[in-house]
Every structure is written in structure tokens, then in C-alpha cells.
Ligand binder design. Structure first.
Ligand SMILES: [Fe+2]
Length: 236
């Protein structure tokens, strides 16, 4: 059953309350506002509202890191860069973002659960280069802190892997979160974003005039997961 507007002019105002009627056979007969969209299982990408201000010492420490080739760009040899004492403030800020994500979205029942950074590294993408499409295995949450990114130019592109088997074709003036196979977000220096590690993403060939530098990280969990008796109990 659906609600449609009462169009009988002989009725009084008291009778004008929408009346449940059977759905008409032709969908185009539906008046506007006769349905609403319920978003189920939304994919969050959390972005901190403020920009992180890097100190000269932090930038010097980042610039000294040894790089090696990656597919489409370069990355640091080390994958534990946030263990460096000179980047402690940066790590604290990222941990604050992780706490915000967990408290807002994950909402764990067990209070002894701790989300912690397992790996951290930098990606350096020179102008016109790219970062291949990938997700982050053996990780629950991942994220990026942008150390050098050009405003209105740099972006990160996410992919909807549930939508890749049937390609109907979408009116290119009507792309939305409901019908798109990919969705990009603008990023700039100081931005911190956090998302589910299973969310596939990439950096398309950059149009920026200077190297794009981002600090990526993976997050796992320790503590007591699940609950005894539900066959989900897991102590890490
Ligand atoms: Fe990544």
C-alpha cells in the first residue's frame, strides 16, 4: 500500500487527509513525494573537519625517509614510520581520528577493545603519476593524512565493488551515490580521512604541479571481540 494525494474536489478539507490506496498500474502516475529512499548499509568515509598543521620538524623527518618504487608511484621503504618519535604528534592526531571513527561508527560493545595502528608509510606521487587501484588486506580501518596535496586538484577515488557485473549505463548528468561505480573526493594538505580497509581506492594520474605526498596507515584491533555463547568470542 502507498499514499497518494486526494484529488476528489467534492470532498471537504476534513476529508483531504491522504488515503491509503492500491498502487496504480502505471508508475508514472505517482505524484511527487509519494516515496522516500531508505539508505541501508551506507559506506562511510570520515574526514576530519580541520586541517592538520605540520611542523617543520615533521616535514623534515618525512622528507628524509627512503623511498622505493611502487606501482605508479613511490613509497617509503619503512612501513612503521609513525613509530619515529619525531612524528609522535602526528600519530596522536591520527589516533584521535581513529577514536572518532570507532566511537561514531563502530560503537563497540566491549570497552576493553583497542584499535591501534599496525603499519604506516608514505606514498609519493609525482605529477602525472598515479597510485594503483587497491584495498588494504589484514586491516580493519585504513586512512590517509595528506602532507602535500594541491587544493582543487588532488583527489582520491573509491570504487563500489558491488556494482561491477551489470553495466546498464547511467545518464552522465545524473550520477549519484546510488548508481556510480566510482566516487572521488577532493583532498588537500592537512586532510585526514579514514575508511573501511575493504573499500577499494586509487589515485588517478595527478594533474598537480608538485609531488603529492600522503601518509597512509592500517588499523587493527586487540581486546575481546564478540560475546561468549554466541560463537563469536575472540580474544586478541
Ligand atoms: Fe591505499
Amino acid at each position: 500500500m502507498i499514499f497518494v494525494e486526494n484529488t476528489d474536489n467534492n470532498k471537504t478539507d476534513a476529508d483531504s487527509t491522504p488515503t491509503p490506496v492500491a498502487a496504480p498500474n502505471v508508475v508514472s502516475e505517482l505524484p511527487t513525494n509519494s516515496f522516500k529512499i531508505q539508505n541501508v548499509f551506507i559506506t562511510p568515509v570520515v574526514q576530519m573537519a580541520n586541517k592538520y598543521n605540520f611542523t617543520k620538524e615533521e616535514l623534515d623527518a618525512i622528507n628524509k625517509l627512503e623511498l622505493k618504487p611502487n606501482l605508479g608511484n613511490k613509497r617509503t621503504v619503512s612501513s612503521k614510520i609513525l613509530e619515529d618519535e619525531s612524528l609522535k604528534k602526528m600519530k596522536d592526531y591520527i589516533n584521535l581520528g581513529i577514536k572518532n571513527y570507532v566511537d561514531t561508527i563502530v560503537c563497540p560493545a566491549n570497552k576493553d577493545i583497542e584499535f591501534y595502528i599496525t603499519e604506516s608509510w608514505c606514498n609519493v606521487t609525482d605529477p602525472t603519476h598515479f597510485h594503483h587501484k587497491h584495498a588494504h588486506p589484514n586491516s580493519i580501518l585504513s586512512g590517509c593524512l595528506y602532507i602535500q596535496a594541491e587544493t582543487n586538484v588532488d583527489r582520491i577515488t573509491f570504487f563500489n565493488e558491488r556494482y561491477n557485473r551489470i553495466k546498464i549505463g547511467v545518464d552522465n548528468t545524473r550520477f549519484s551515490n546510488y548508481n556510480s561505480e566510482s566516487w572521488w573526493l577532493p583532498v588537500e594538505t592537512g586532510d585526514l580521512i579514514i575508511f573501511d580497509s575493504s573499500l577499494t581506492h586509487m589515485v588517478e594520474n595527478t594533474k598537480s604541479t608538485q609531488p603529492r605526498i600522503s601518509l597512509s596507515f592500517n588499523v587493527f584491533v586487540k581486546g575481546t571481540l564478540g560475546e561468549p555463547g554466541a560463537l563469536t568470542d575472540l580474544v586478541l
